[in-house]
Ligand binder design. Structure first.
Ligand code: TXA
Ligand code: MG
Length: 354
C-alpha cells in the first residue's frame, strides 16, 4: 500500500450551511478531491449521515484501495453515491418501480440507499459480485459538490477502519486513515449521525435491509402496504439480506450492556457504587432518578423525546465511553421507533455478548 502524506482541509461551514453547492464546487479542496477521484485515488468526505471513504465506483483498481485502506472483507458490497438522477439510469438495469420512484421523490437527496439490479459497467468488486447495486444520492452539499465536480459515481463506505466506530466527525477518522489516503475533507459534524437506511426495491414488496436515517414510519407514509414488515436479519447465523449486517462492525473495549427494563435499570443504579461502572442515561431518566445517582458515574445521552439528537451524537458517545476505561457500562434503551430503530440496531451491534 502506498504511504500517503494525508492532508486535511477544513471547509467553511457557512458555505455548507447555506447549501452553496456552486461555490463549494470552486473550492480548491473540492477541486483537488475531484481530481484525486478521477485519478483513481481515495478521498474521505462528509455526508449528512456519516463520513464516507470515496473512490470512482467504476474503476476496480480504485475501489480495491477502499477495501485495503479499511481492511474491509471483500464480500461486503459498497454504496454508490450519485449527485443527479440521470446517473441512476447509468447504473441500474431496467426501469424503476413505482415505489422506487415515490421513494426517490420523497427522500432523495437524503439518507436512503436503494438496492436495484445493476448494469455491467459496475465492476464486481464494487458490488462484491452481486447482480444488484446499492445507490444513494446524499444531501450533504459538500458530498454533492465533490461528486458533481468529479462527474463520477462514487463508491463510499463509512470512512473507518473495519471494527472501529463509524466516524461522524473528521477527527474520528484521522487516526484510522492517516498515511493511508491522500485527502480528508472536513465539513464538520455529520447531521444525522447514523448511516442511511438500505431498502431493497427490486420486488413488489420493499424491504428494509438496514434501518437508518429515514425511519420505517416515514417510508410507510410514502409506500404504505408495499413496505414489507418482515425484519432485517438480526441474528448473525441467519443468512444476512444485506451482507454488511452480518459483521459486528464495532465492539467497544468496554463491555456495554443495554438495559431495556426501567425497574432493572433502577435496581442496577441503586446497587452500583464506585467509579469504574458508568450509566448512560437519557436526560429524562437522569432527572427522574437524580437522587440516587450520587455515587455513580453518569453520562447523559440527550433527551428520549429527541431521538434525532441521540442518533447525531451516538458514535461520538460510544467513542467517549471507550476512552474512559470503565469496567462496564450500562446504557438505557430508547424506543425503537423513528430513528430510534437505527440507534438501537447500532447499540445492539456494539453491545457485549457473554
Ligand atoms: O450513510 C451511509 O450509507 C454511509 C455513507 C458514507 O453514505 N455509507 C455506509 O456504507 O454506511 P457501508 O459500506 O458502511 O454500508 C453499506 C451497507 C452494508 O450493510 C452493505 O452490505 C449494504 O449496504 N449493501 C451494499 N450493497 C448492497 C447490495 N447490492 N445488496 C444488499 N446490501 C448491500
Ligand atoms: Mg459501516
Amino acid at each position: 500500500m502506498t504511504n500517503y502524506e494525508t492532508r486535511v482541509y477544513k471547509i467553511d461551514n457557512n458555505l455548507i450551511e447555506k447549501d452553496y453547492i456552486e461555490l463549494l464546487k470552486e473550492e480548491p479542496a473540492v477541486e483537488e478531491a475531484a481530481e484525486l477521484l478521477k485519478k483513481g485515488e481515495l478521498v474521505a468526505f462528509p455526508t449528512e449521515t456519516v463520513y464516507g471513504l470515496g473512490a470512482d465506483a467504476l474503476n476496480p483498481e480504485a475501489v480495491k484501495k477502499i477495501f485495503l485502506a479499511k481492511g474491509r472483507p471483500q464480500d461486503n458490497p459498497l454504496i454508490v453515491h450519485i449527485a443527479e438522477l440521470k446517473q441512476m439510469e447509468e447504473l441500474m438495469e431496467g426501469d424503476l418501480s413505482i415505489n422506487g420512484r415515490k421513494l426517490i421523490d420523497a427522500f432523495w437527496p437524503g439518507p436512503l440507499t436503494l438496492i436495484v439490479k445493476k448494469r455491467d459497467i459496475i465492476p464486481d468488486i464494487t458490488t462484491a459480485g452481486l447482480d444488484s447495486v446499492a445507490v444513494r444520492m446524499p444531501a450533504h452539499p459538500l458530498a454533492r459538490a465533490i461528486i458533481e465536480r468529479a462527474g463520477l459515481p462514487v463508491a463510499a463506505p463509512c470512512a473507518n477502519v473495519s471494527g472501529r466506530p463509524t466516524p461522524t466527525k473528521a477527527a474520528h477518522l484521522y487516526n484510522d486513515l492517516c498515511g493511508k489516503i491522500p485527502l480528508i475533507i472536513d465539513g464538520g459534524a455529520a447531521d444525522v449521525g447514523v448511516e442511511s437506511t438500505v431498502l431493497d426495491i427490486r420486488g413488489e414488496m420493499v424491504r428494509v435491509l438496514r434501518p437508518g436515517g429515514v425511519s420505517r414510519e416515514e417510508i410507510r407514509n410514502v409506500i404504505g402496504e408495499f413496505l414489507s414488515e418482515s425484519h432485517y436479519s438480526k441474528s448473525e447465523s441467519e443468512r444476512p439480506l444485506s451482507p454488511g449486517m452480518k459483521y459486528r462492525h464495532y465492539s467497544p473495549e468496554t463491555p456495554l450492556f443495554i438495559i431495556e427494563n426501567e425497574d432493572r435499570l433502577k435496581l442496577l443504579m441503586e446497587n452500583a457504587s464506585g467509579k469504574d461502572i458508568a450509566f448512560v442515561l437519557s436526560d429524562e431518566t437522569y432527572e427522574k432518578y437524580s437522587s440516587c445517582l450520587d455515587d455513580i458515574q453518569v453520562i447523559k445521552m440527550g433527551p428520549r423525546s429527541n431521538p434525532e439528537f441521540i442518533a447525531r451524537n451516538l458514535f461520538d458517545l460510544l467513542r467517549r465511553i471507550d476512552s474512559l476505561s470503565f469496567r462496564s457500562v450500562y446504557i438505557e434503551a430508547i424506543p425503537a421507533v423513528g430513528i430510534g430503530e437505527a440507534v438501537m440496531n447500532r447499540l445492539h451491534k456494539a453491545a457485549y455478548r457473554e
